[in-house]
Design a protein around this ligand. Structure first.
Ligand SMILES: Cc1cc2nc3c(=O)[nH]c(=O)nc-3n(C[C@H](O)[C@H](O)[C@H](O)COP(=O)(O)OP(=O)(O)OC[C@H]3O[C@@H](n4cnc5c(N)ncnc54)[C@H](O)[C@@H]3O)c2cc1C
Length: 434
């Protein structure tokens, strides 16, 4: 592979799944061309410079954990692992309306003893509630994963007798952050599998990972530089409008500009609705996922009143607050009730909630940026429903994306893993053709 004159493998979509596919293809020496519709790559995990302040801001603050092993390996490969800080031990800081600022700390003990100890000692819950949570944790550890198939998270919590306060303080904040969906709608299996990975594998997997750079500087820009250095090409403003199978079995990609490109192998790394439209008549994509929104607000103010780098808010409309150098980033996940509100109304909601937590010390922001991602993540309707990909039934066409069949929720880790899986299959297909 890599001989000049051979048309490159094409990756359509420059989000993290497409970028991870392109990076792996390029690293293996395959000629690769990535086509991205937008002026810049990054997809749903990107940053930009705010014109008013000159600060780098993300389209939405992302929460990563040390158990994102594929993501951290990806950062190693593209050379930006030094741009994240990983908590030495997992600490989840919360604010509770009655108990105030309380942490869930997991000590340096082997898994699952670290979890047992952390829950028994946390001031987040009363002693009876801690015991109830431990019973839920035992079910998580001991039950077969398939036993949660077809259930919602709320249904699973009912079945395991989890009290209201335990749901409110533990299960719900984690579920909404991981699944970006309400617990009465989100499939239990996917969530519980994600919790098993975060809390029951290695005792430090749940440690939070804080990016020290904007998302584009962390992921998309260095990934593109890596591909280019290996001789690959990234083309932005390249909107793919059709995919065809040529007579000889090669794939053809038609751009909005009218240009047609041939390729021996194609990785399609676009959201599910786009994939279904582009593959109509070529491969069946089950219409099995629904989008859920996230509202992010960046509020410029002196953030000194906030000691924590991140804080989960229990019983508030805003879910997470992140302290940056000169501003706060506020997140509302599963934001169905908020996504259509105006900017002023949303900022008012954020300030009201912040003042209930930190008091009148919270100043009015000097500037704010509100970002609504209506299709922030895609959730499979139920966990037993099969998510497609990476194979499509066409032997040189593969799917990637956080919504494909990774076994993970729609996250950065899922996106990167899906790209790597598609790239491995694409490489095998290329080798067979040689
Ligand atoms: C606000 C927000 C907060 C989030 N928070 C977290 C978090 O805390 N932790 C976490 O792990 N994950 C989080 N996520 C999810 C994470 O960002 C996504 O899972 C991941 O970025 C998805 O990557 P992807 O490549 O699968 O899809 P995308 O990023 O959607 O990439 C698809 C790309 O394809 C391009 N494209 C589409 N159609 C075409 C076409 N016809 N031709 C060419 N290109 C095309 C699009 O422009 C896009 O760049 C969050 C997402 C959002 C929006």
């Amino acid at each position: 592979m890599g001989s000049s004159g051979c048309p490159p493998a094409i990756v359509v979509g420059g989000g993290l799944s497409g970028l991870s596919a392109a990076v792996d293809l390029a690293a293996a020496g395959a000629p690769v061309l990535l086509l991205e519709q937008k002026p810049a790559p990054g997809g749903r995990a990107r940053s930009f410079v705010d014109a008013a302040t000159g600060d780098e801001v993300d389209n939405g603050q992302h929460l990563l954990i040390a158990g994102y092993t594929h993501t951290l390996a990806f950062l190693d490969r593209i050379g930006t692992r030094h741009l994240v800080h990983i908590q030495p031990r997992p600490v989840l800081p919360f604010h509770h309306p009655v108990r105030g600022f309380v942490d869930l700390r997991l000590p340096a003990l082997p898994s699952p003893v670290h979890m047992l100890w952390g829950v028994l000692r946390t001031p987040l819950l009363s002693v009876p509630d801690r015991l109830a949570l431990l019973r839920g944790g035992a079910a998580l550890r001991l039950e077969r994963a398939e036993s949660a198939d077809g259930m919602t998270i709320a249904g699973w919590l009912d079945e395991h007798g989890q009290p209201e306060e335990v749901r409110r303080c533990f299960w719900e904040p984690l579920a909404v952050a991981i699944m970006n969906e309400r617990i009465d709608r989100a499939p239990a299996r996917l969530f519980l599998d994600a919790l098993r990975q975060a809390f029951l594998r290695h005792s430090s997997d749940a440690a939070l990972v804080f990016p020290r750079a904007g998302l584009s500087r962390l992921f998309a820009d260095p990934a593109c530089a890596f591909v280019a250095k290996q001789g690959g090409e990234i083309r932005c403003n390249a909107d793919v409008v059709r995919i065809l199978i040529a007579g000889d079995g090669a794939m053809e990609v038609v751009l909005k500009s009218g240009e047609t490109l041939r390729t021996p192998v194609l990785v399609l790394a676009v959201p599910p609705d786009r994939a279904a439209a582009l593959l109509r008549g070529i491969a069946e994509i089950p219409d099995g996922s629904t989008p859920s929104p996230i509202v992010s607000m960046h509020l410029w103010m002196n953030p000194e009143f906030m000691k924590q780098e991140v804080l989960g808010l229990i019983g508030k409309r805003i879910h997470w607050v992140f302290r940056r150098d000169r501003h706060l980033s506020v997140v509302i996940s599963a934001a169905y009730d908020y996504v259509n509100l105006g900017n002023d109304e949303l900022v008012t909601i954020a300030l009201e909630d912040l003042r209930q937590v930190f008091g009148a010390r919270v100043p009015a922001p000097s500037h704010s940026v509100v970002i609504r991602e209506k299709k922030a993540t895609f959730l499979p309707r139920d966990s037993s429903q099969s998510r497609p990909g990476p194979r499509t039934g066409v032997d040189n066409l593969f799917l990637a994306g956080d919504w494909t069949n990774t076994g993970l929720p729609a996250t950065i880790e899922g996106a990167i893993l899906s790209g790597q899986a598609a790239a491995a299959l694409a490489l095998r297909s290329l080798q067979l053709k040689m």
